[in-house]
Design a protein around this ligand. Structure first.
Ligand SMILES: *Cc1c(COP(=O)(O)O)cnc(C)c1O
Length: 466
């Protein structure tokens, strides 16, 4: 077979891609018809594609390239570790320095008594670990019936059988026989889309109290844990009202259930603190981390658990583990990534400089005729497209039609912005400068103008009935 390289014509690469490569969350026939955009290089917050376009990556890859692209220190850390010890496992009473150092460093960074780390390679796997951990935790204490995990509709926790079951994505549950048993979903704190005429605070409290209602209906003696993202990411960057998390925390404390914070997106600076749990004053028993842990340079995730959970689980063999749990090369890369985030004060700078700046600039977009709301926390932001913003109306066209048109215009304007239904989201690298934020806002605004024009000319500005 001939070697496939970046120097091949884009059309050749596209044809080979469509012929052999099955893509996640993609319709293969559509991909074949249109051809993938092929990314060849990246530096800082900027991507280069096979046609030489310079694209501002408003999504940090998939919410993960926190330190930005092209840091040679991570490549060197990987090369050094590969030469010294490319692989060894952490099963059966063995360990190695990279896994030891990273576990200790994560215990130091994580809030409260989250001092114990179980490694995996993806957010999905870590959440599968969490399902087994919390059920085993109660079983070890003579309560094997405490097995139900409560989650939320429109949550995202990953794509494995367990993690996709925890997630609340209807389109995912519709394929492959999900959810698995003993997962229950309550409503999300999405006032803009679901709050109607209610006061935002009252709505947030109502949605939090659905947890208490579910506990009463299912029975506290049946419930192991509640899992949630501090801020829903893939669900559309849905930032809960400030009344939401304190009420959830109260309910978890009043009942005997564990709280899992899925920090896969929020962790490692995204919200302006090291963890979303700090931004929202959440006291989880377990945190899921992935994505920003390595800035996506290599795949790695972890469950960071409390002293109590670790002590209960530690009494016998936890019959669970992955070949690559604590992989030495990914651990070395994660450590280098954490060093850069810390020593270059990237997290601090998001909190004190770039998040407030993005908040101010992003909020200006709310004046656009097509924008029903524009919100942000840290360096993640979203806006709702609406044909009639005075009443937060949805489009009469199927959900996501306007969002998809907007995403296409964004691509054409060399800005990566994602659509979740008719919400547009950004989650750029944390190293974005203020000048780059200006560029981002400029391109988003142009994209909104063009989307608006197209929706008018395609006759898609009709609002759904109230
Ligand atoms: C991306 C994501 C996951 C899944 O992580 P993978 O590495 O894709 O398995 C889980 N939870 C949240 C909140 C995520 O955003």
């Amino acid at each position: 077979m001939t070697m496939i390289t970046n120097h091949m014509p884009t059309e050749t690469l596209r044809a080979l891609d469509a012929a052999h490569h099955m893509h996640p969350f993609t319709c293969a026939e559509e991909l074949e018809a249109r051809g993938a955009r092929i990314i060849t290089q990246a530096e800082g917050a900027w991507l280069t594609d096979s046609e030489g376009n310079q694209i501002l990556d408003g999504m940090a890859g998939l919410w993960c390239v926190n330190i930005g692209y092209g840091r040679p220190e991570l490549a060197e850390a990987a090369a050094r570790q590969m030469r010294e010890l490319p692989y060894y496992n952490t099963f059966f009473q063995t360990s190695h320095t990279p896994a030891i150092s990273l576990a200790a460093r994560l215990a130091e960074l994580a809030p409260g008594d989250l001092n114990h780390v179980f490694f995996a390679s993806s957010g999905s796997e870590a959440n599968d670990t969490n399902m087994r951990l919390v059920r085993h935790y109660w079983a070890r204490q003579g309560k094997p019936d405490k097995s139900v995990i409560i989650s939320r509709r429109n949550a995202y926790h990953g794509s494995t059988m367990g993690a996709a079951s925890l997630g609340g994505m209807a389109a995912m549950h519709a394929q492959g026989g999900l959810p698995v048993a003993d997962v229950h979903h309550i409503g999300q704190p999405y006032w803009y889309g679901e709050g109607g005429d209610m006061d935002p605070r009252e709505f947030a409290l109502m949605r939090a109290r659905e947890l208490e209602t579910a506990i009463a209906e299912i029975g506290e003696n049946r419930i192991a844990a509640f899992i949630a993202e501090p801020v829903q990411g893939a669900g559309g960057v849905i930032i809960p009202h400030e009344a939401y998390w304190p009420e959830i925390q109260r309910i978890c404390a009043a009942h005997e259930i564990l709280l899992i914070a899925d920090e896969v997106i929020c962790g490692f600076g995204r919200t302006g603190n090291w963890f979303g749990s700090q931004t929202f004053d959440i006291k989880p028993d377990i945190m899921t981390v992935a994505k920003g842990l390595t800035s996506g340079y290599l795949p790695m995730s972890a469950s960071i658990v409390s002293d109590d959970v670790a002590a209960v689980i530690g009494g016998d063999e936890f019959a669970h583990g992955y070949t690559y749990s604590g992989h030495p090369v990914t651990a070395a890369v994660a450590l280098e990534n954490l060093r850069i985030l810390d020593e270059e004060k990237i997290v601090e700078r998001v909190g004190s400089v770039t998040a407030p700046y993005l908040a101010r600039r992003w909020a200006e977009l709310a004046e656009h005729p097509l924008v029903g709301e524009a919100v942000s926390v840290g360096l993640m932001a979203s806006l709702a497209l609406s044909p009639d913003k005075s009443r937060r109306a949805a489009f009469a066209a199927p959900a996501g039609s306007a969002g998809l048109i907007c995403r296409e215009h964004a691509f054409a304007n060399n800005i990566v912005m994602r659509h979740v239904g008719d919400r547009m989201v950004v989650s750029p690298p944390l190293i974005l400068s203020e000048a780059e934020i200006d560029t981002l806002i400029e391109r988003v605004r142009k994209t909104l103008d063009e989307t608006h024009q197209q929706l008018i000319s395609d006759d898609l500005m009709a609002a759904a009935a109230a």
